[in-house]
Design a protein around this ligand. Sequence first.
Ligand code: AKG
Ligand code: FE2
Length: 359
Amino acid sequence: MESKDFDTYSERKAFDETKEGVKGLVDAHVTEIPRIFRLPQDFLSDKKPSVSSSDPAIPIIDFADVHVSREHIVEKIKDAAGNWGFFQVINHGVPLNVLEEIQEGVRRFFEQDPEVKKAYFTRDAAKTFVYNSNFDLYGSSLCVGWRDSFACYMSPHPPNPEELPVVCRDAMIEHTKHIKSLGVLLFELLSEALGLSSDKLKSMDCMKGFLMICHYYPPCPQPDLTIGTNNHSDNSFLTVLLQDQVGGLQIHHQDHWVDVTPIPGALVINIGDFLQLITNDKFISAEHRVLSNINETRISVASFFSTSMLPNATVYGPIKELLSKENPPKYREFTLEEYTKGYFKKGLDGTSYLSNFKI
Ligand SMILES: O=C(O)CCC(=O)C(=O)O
Ligand SMILES: [Fe+2]
């Protein structure tokens, strides 16, 4: 091991062992970020979106009339999932107070007494409730992200409520209930957008796993030198993301970084790697990242439809009905577990893990 690598490792380990995450550094009033958080020089030279205001923005789809003009909405979803991999939904039916309550619950968790919070700190992914900073801290990411997170599988085996911190317990359970029912509608519309029967994706168990990851991005004294979340695409079929009004999420679209501008009450939906793979690239899993900022704490709640690391023997591959002589399979078969193990080992290093499954 080179001495540079060794330094990096021991600095990451020392940070990990504080169990206080990035929030701990901010509470200690650091004015310079530790070097493990530093991106290679000039990495963020493209930080500001290079699209002008007249360029198309990420599609916004209104679900208010989904029961009367379904075909119209299916068309919009088809365009968004195929060309962007991202869209925002308004009038989605999840009550505003449910969205506010989970954001407050996440804030309460991260801003509570550090000694109480530390009891939940773990690197053992088998634990029900996992709080730490950067799941890929020891992976090959370009730098450690300026954020803390907690994660919990809410399906297929819902946690015993007592295992969830009391400050966010009810909010997590309520949020899951509503996002799962929105998920049913989304998977139906996505199936229809593929020209398949409404229940196709659901019948393939795309909704079996539900992994909730809540992120806390404290303000950063040197936001131009680091990043909140490194470039990546998601290890899921579909992700439903609730972001607050701070901003910082960007997607890579046609060689540009485009802001996912916060809209009050909206949910951000993105296609994950598994859906790109089983649709044989009809839908795309877009690369995205989160920038840091100097002034404000940012909170987001990502709900991944995926069993991720959980044992799951189901074999997936491109959906047969979508294939033809002209459109042969582009990917080999895989299990979600196999995919996730490799994805986690690689970490968020800005490369796509999908290419490993190309035929
Ligand atoms: O915090 C965000 O807005 C995005 C987080 C994200 O991309 C993820 O958890 O996969
Ligand atoms: Fe993501």
